[in-house]
Design a protein around this ligand. Structure first.
Ligand code: F6P
Length: 348
């Protein structure tokens, strides 16, 4: 949750804030793209962007494969019907990529030349922090107006309570862990389950609570091996049955496989097993909550551009649409809810 951030504003107070606002040449044509790791709900965000833009009389292009497609000139015209029947689909119809070439000035110059060639006046960038870093460079170096829409399962962007795809990923992981719990229980086994989150433990924390994990390990709350061993000893002493440990991919233990290596001597009798959930967490049909969030933010991105703002991300905080300067979305750290971590200990 954000508090006291002087840079954020509610839409209703657009004109009275200190957000950067440029007098843009009038916007007639925008382009939308998805970049970085895909997330469920990106299609819903594309749909809302295209439909809000066309309703406002703008023409729209889609850029396929994110920044790489911008460099390669992979542009497609989009209309109202181009986004029919995609709301419920996972992945992204515009495809995604992580572009090394875009990290070079030459790459960015090629991308901007293509934007000019297609008469693109402004961009809607859907993705995570890597996407927003790239978009910020386009704005700073070439003054390309751009608004960001937060799309990543990791939920690690400052300026929005939730990112698009996070809720779906939580539910996918929880369902998978419920199944692992069944077999763990049948065999009295200790399972170490690794969930995604390279830099952040949001998925681990909430799936851990939702699946009744005995221990949750996150990069934000570093635990020594002695603490982990002691906790497991206590759990087995009291319960003498199966146990689940949820490990965030980015945890300092080096992930579930590494942790299993470190624990195998002491807990070998529990037939330890490791399960890395991996990319299945990124796929699937978006939850209703992600569809609503994506629809709301895709539309808000177009309105934000039309209102003359740029280099900002649209987000939802406390049910209100909020703008945050793009650079703050990664330079400010969004905190996990430590109360939930304490709760997990009480109810395990
Ligand atoms: O950024 C989202 C994310 O799913 C991370 O949690 C994960 O570490 C990463 O993407 C995996 O990326 P890739 O698809 O390149 O393997």
């Amino acid at each position: 949750m954000i508090s006291g951030n002087e840079y954020t504003c509610q839409f209703s107070r657009f004109l009275t804030t200190n957000l950067e606002k440029k007098t843009l040449k009038s916007i007639k044509r925008i382009a939308v793209f998805t970049s970085g790791g895909d997330s469920p709900g990106m299609n819903a965000a594309i749909r809302a962007t295209v439909r809000t833009a066309t309703k406002n009389g703008l023409s729209v292009m889609g850029i396929r494969f994110g920044f790489q497609g911008m460099i390669d000139g992979d542009f497609v015209e989009m209309h109202h019907h181009s986004v029919s029947n995609i709301l419920q689909r996972g992945g992204t119809i515009l495809k995604s990529a992580r572009s090394k070439e875009f990290r070079t000035l030459e790459g960015r110059q090629k991308a901007v030349a293509n934007l000019k060639k297609h008469n693109i006046d402004a961009l809607v960038a859907i993705g995570g922090d890597g996407t927003f870093r790239g978009a910020t460079e386009l704005y700073n170096e070439f003054e390309v107006p751009v608004v960001g829409v937060p799309g990543t399962i990791d939920n690690d962007l400052f300026g929005t309570d939730e990112t698009i795809g996070y809720d779906t990923a939580l539910n996918t992981a929880m369902e998978a862990i419920d199944k692992i719990r069944d077999t763990a229980d049948a065999h009295d086994r200790l399972f170490l389950v690794e969930v995604m989150g390279r830099e952040a433990g949001f998925i681990a924390l909430e799936t851990g609570i939702a699946s009744g994990a005995e221990l949750i390990l996150l990069p934000e709350a570093v635990k020594k091996l002695e603490y982990i061993s002691e906790t497991l000893r206590e759990v087995f002493k009291v319960q003498r049955r199966s146990s689940l440990v949820i490990v965030a991919e980015g945890d300092q233990t080096g992930g579930a496989l590494n942790l299993a290596e470190q624990l195998k001597d002491e807990f070998g009798q529990y037939e330890m097993r490791v399960s890395v959930l991996g990319h299945l967490q990124r796929g699937g049909s978006p939850s209703s909550r992600d569809r609503v969030l994506a629809s709301r933010l895709g539309s808000a991105a177009v309105e934000t551009l039309l209102n003359g703002h740029s280099s900002v991300m649209v987000g939802v905080v406390n049910q209100k649409n909020i703008l945050t300067p793009m650079h703050k979305t990664w330079s400010e750290k969004k905190s996990i809810n430590f109360e939930l971590l304490e709760l997990a200990k009480v109810i395990r």
